[in-house]
Design a protein around this ligand. Sequence first.
Ligand SMILES: Cc1cc2nc3c(=O)[nH]c(=O)nc-3n(C[C@H](O)[C@H](O)[C@H](O)COP(=O)(O)OP(=O)(O)OC[C@H]3O[C@@H](n4cnc5c(N)ncnc54)[C@H](O)[C@@H]3O)c2cc1C
Length: 469
Amino acid sequence: MKVDLAVLGAGPAGANAALAAAGHGLSVAVIDENAAAGGQVWRAPAPSVTRDDADARDGAALREKLRISTVEHLDSATAWLIARDDAWRVDVARHGRSETVTADALVIATGAHERVMPFPGWTLPGVIGLAAATILLKANGVLPGQRTVVAGCGPLLSLVAASILKAGGTVAAVVDLASRAEWLGALPALAARPDLLARGALWRARIAAARVPVFHRHTVIRAEGTERLGAVRLGRVDAEGRLVPGAPEVAIAADALAIGHGLVPDTAATRLLRLRHRYDAASGWVAARDGTLAGSVARLWLAGEVGGIGGAAVAALQGRLAGLAAAQALGRSAAAAEAAQLQAGIARAGRAAAAMSWMMRPRPAMAGGITPETIVCRCEDVPRAAIEAAIAAGARDLNQVKQWTRCGMGPCQGRMCGEAAASLLAPHVGGRENVAPWTGRPPLRPVSADDLLGDFDYADIPIPAPAPP
Ligand SMILES: Cc1cc2nc3c(=O)[nH]c(=O)nc-3n(C[C@H](O)[C@H](O)[C@H](O)COP(=O)(O)OP(=O)(O)OC[C@H]3O[C@@H](n4cnc5c(N)ncnc54)[C@H](O)[C@@H]3O)c2cc1C
């Protein structure tokens, strides 16, 4: 398929980029691995699930706009390779075969994935990611368990706890790394987003009404159980996430723990393209972009959380801006006034986004809770002790740790363990900002050999006639 603009990711950023560019006359293909557009926050519910909340309505509206537009939506399409010579080339695995999309311009809007800092027992059945819990609830209408502890940091804590309660579940406790004072300090930044303030207040009211105990400045020390989770043990921490010595521990009976320590920009595609990246104290390593969202090579724009955690509203505005910029670069006359309006909207929403992203940041001492035998890389079963041994033997970057231990070499390609491995390396190289992410390599996502071969049939290979005797 050949188009003017290819967009990778159909979340708020990517879908809006596609719609804006198509509105200015570009032929556009938007590629996403999910069956329906919406990305993480506006994820479509399964047909059997009925939802009526703001995210569900926003998602439905976006999907309708895409449906009636000229945008070609390649759903259930996993991009596994991106390259560039004269034009951009995106190879996608879809419906059992691989196809190539070529385009004059590219928007990368791959969003984020979640960060869970390992702790003893985190691989027990019953322990899931906090952001993963939103998928269970939103897409499938399924509760994480009968009695769930919700733990970690950032606004997803209240969202998940309130959603479980709304769905009729029980929340055994909310365990927040942040203090009450930190939350109060973040409130003024939300003044420009009364919608977010109102939502947050509603979630808090629901949690209070259900008399759920909320432990501020606490962390999960251990998930306990043999075959599966039976209890969650908590301890008090300081502002850096370090356990306070001698503080009493609390054990809470639970069959589910939804835990997350913020979000990590999904830079697999931008690293594969060897784009410029920069370190941001709240979001970590992000793909670098200028004020028009242009990346560090020509005819490429970066929209949404791939360039920094900022929430759905900012992602949607950035998407539109990137779509307009692509249209302009390809010779369409996009109104400068609209771009200026979008820039202003991004700046307005940006303060609230920065405050929430700061509440989600990893605390610098959190890796101290990873015991030597705790598995860090779940795909390859690599414990902390193996990573420490590699560091002691001289490994000084993530690629060396990977080659030494296989940490980050499994199917998730370091999405789950990368942040923890980087935190373990950080003190040995002068800080987290000195630990660059792994080198990006294809395939971007696991892809089966069958998908790559497509309709190829071994029996179709022309067999030359046998040589004459
Ligand atoms: C699991 C999860 C759940 C979240 N839930 C919420 C929530 O409930 N409420 C909230 O306010 N915020 C939530 N967030 C935060 C959310 O990421 C943002 O606010 C918002 O969705 C960002 O929009 P985006 O367009 O930048 O990225 P996304 O919405 O993440 O969209 C990126 C899209 O790109 C696709 N993609 C990435 N790589 C590839 C590839 N190689 N091939 C094909 N497709 C690809 C992804 O599947 C995704 O659909 C969640 C984040 C995560 C990680």
